[in-house]
Design a protein around this ligand. Structure first.
Ligand code: FAD
Ligand code: SF4
Length: 469
């Protein structure tokens, strides 16, 4: 292969910008077989592959890429699924540039291998062909309740079912999938793909009970009384943070969670088929610089608004995936950097009309590793907006623990677990995902779910001498 071909990624086909901004169709279209093989051929098959170190669940990346190169797609799927139960999801939303792709040796001189694109290719190939059922161990006679059906809960449930345990997931919402279903929009994470991954987990024998809030409708104590031998809490970080500035309760100001739940889960974009109300008037300000802010901004744009993202640092410090910032720019989202809202101003009917911001400058590096934004005194300015979406982060979801003081929390509201066993301060109750780490990533939630499943298995079968804490 010519050096220039080796250094340049095979571009991922994308939907045309004009079509993107008029619909919620998926933006990245995925590689064809020929494109996937061509991209796989660039891989150097390193003897000590750095990409594997960068993958939180340790997928054998060179091996699955080698199978793609040889056109052995079934084997490639099998290789990925040894470590990752939800590759169609990870291939689409993992921040690969900071993980496996960030470590790929080709990235030093040119483009790293598009590992996520290749993972997605094989996962989509498998979905079209039909999932094959992995080996399921004989029944252990033990049963586990999993609370929450996000990536942590789904992964743990799949692992536990494969080990021979009977698993029931309890989900508060009317659709399983967690943030994948209610937060990340259709144009980045099509819901039929989430559902097919959920169906794969169900095909392993996992039962899913929807519309049940554990801690309210059924308590943890009652789960044990119902006969469950262990419980995994995977309740996520769904509690929105607010700015705490004057005017934040004006009409037309949404938390990103509420906004995205209305758009995605309640399908407000498919009006009049779904008549979920969402008022996105002329100009929308989205406050924040992460993936959630990009998702909210690009959703508001598709609902017909003129959108500006307001972020208190510069573009270089934005935590959102680069690819999504680029997509947002291509689609026409505006950005105001180095500015932070100080108050919202409304009209006599209580609707937001203006956002007052102060200009910022960057100071010393803070404990997040980024330069701290510092307000510039007297630099306040006003801009007209009729809708505001606050996307400055989420906190741990507190509902599951309301009725059980035996579960200890950190001062951030996340659940305290033993880092080795994932057991909480209550015997037989484990926790994983964002409810333990705080707002993180799909793959880290899956990694936690997988480790917790192993620990629960050890607890149930007596294989683990250190039972919990
Ligand atoms: P969640 O996905 O939050 O799932 C928790 C589930 O538990 C929910 O379904 C909830 O309804 C349910 N639940 C909560 N309490 C109860 C209860 N008491 N009883 C029953 N059920 C309950 N990560 C990435 O890697 N890449 C991205 O591009 C990305 N984009 C994101 C965009 C948005 C808009 C958001 C909000 C997050 C994004 N993330 C992204 C983060 C990622 O989605 C989360 O880190 C991940 O979903 C956490 O998984 P989880 O299983 O811990 O929790
Ligand atoms: Fe291939 Fe890059 Fe991994 Fe090396 S580091 S094995 S080139 S993907």
């Amino acid at each position: 292969m010519k050096l220039t071909n080796r250094l340049r990624q095979v571009p991922m086909p994308k939907l045309d910008v004009e079509e993107r901004i008029r619909s919620f169709k998926e933006v990245a279209l995925g590689y064809t077989e020929e494109q996937a093989i061509a991209e796989a051929e660039r891989c150097l098959q390193c003897k000590v592959p750095r990409c594997v170190e960068g993958c939180p669940v340790g997928v054998d990346i060179p091996a699955f890429i080698r199978f793609i190169r040889e056109g052995k797609f079934d084997e490639a799927v099998e290789k990925i699924k040894e470590k990752n139960a939800l590759p169609a999801i990870c291939g689409r939303v993992c921040p690969q540039e900071n993980q496996c792709m960030g470590k790929c040796i080709l990235g030093l001189k040119g483009d790293p291998i598009n590992i996520g694109g290749l993972e997605r290719f094989v996962a989509d190939y498998e979905r079209k062909k039909g999932f094959s059922r992995p080996e399921i161990k004989p029944s252990t006679g033990k049963s586990v309740a999993v609370v929450g059906s996000g990536p942590a809960g789904l992964t743990a449930a799949a692992e536990l079912a494969k080990m021979g345990h009977s698993v029931t997931i309890f989900e508060a919402l009317h659709a399983p999938g967690g943030v994948l279903m209610y937060g990340i929009p259709e144009f980045r994470m099509p819901k039929d793909i989430v559902l097919s991954e959920v169906n794969y987990v169900k095909s392993l024998g996992v039962k899913i009970v929807k519309d049940v809030i554990i801690g309210r409708v059924v308590t943890l104590k009652e789960l044990f009384e119902m006969g469950f031998d262990a419980v995994l809490l995977g309740t996520g970080a769904g509690l929105p943070k607010f700015l705490g500035i004057p005017g934040e309760n004006l009409c037309g100001i949404y938390s990103a969670n509420e906004f995205l739940i209305r758009v995605n889960l309640m399908k407000a974009y498919a009006f009049p088929k779904y008549d979920t109300p969402i008022k996105v008037k002329g100009r929308t300000a989205v406050i924040g610089g992460g993936n959630v802010a990009m998702d909210a901004a690009r959703s508001a744009l598709r609902l017909g608004s003129d959108v500006t993202v307001i972020y208190r640092r510069t573009e270089a410090e934005m935590p959102a995936r680069r690819e999504e910032v680029l997509n947002a720019k291509e689609e026409g989202v505006n950005f105001t950097f180095l500015a932070a809202p100080t108050r919202f101003l409304g009209d006599e009917e209580g609707w937001v009309r203006q956002v007052e911001c102060v200009r910022m400058e960057l100071g010393e590096v803070d404990d997040t590793g980024r330069r701290r934004p510092i307000p510039i005194a007297g630099s306040e300015f006003h801009s007209d907006f009729e809708t505001v979406v606050v996307a400055i982060g989420q906190r741990a979801n507190p509902i599951a623990v309301l009725n059980d003081p035996r579960i200890k929390l950190t001062r951030h509201g996340t659940i305290v677990v033993n880092p080795e066993t994932y057991q909480t301060t209550m015997e037989g109750v484990y926790a994983a995902g964002d409810i333990v780490t705080g707002n993180a990533t799909v793959i880290s939630a899956m990694g936690g779910g997988k480790k917790a499943a192993k620990a629960i298995h050890a607890f149930l079968t007596g294989e683990n001498p250190k039972k919990g804490r």
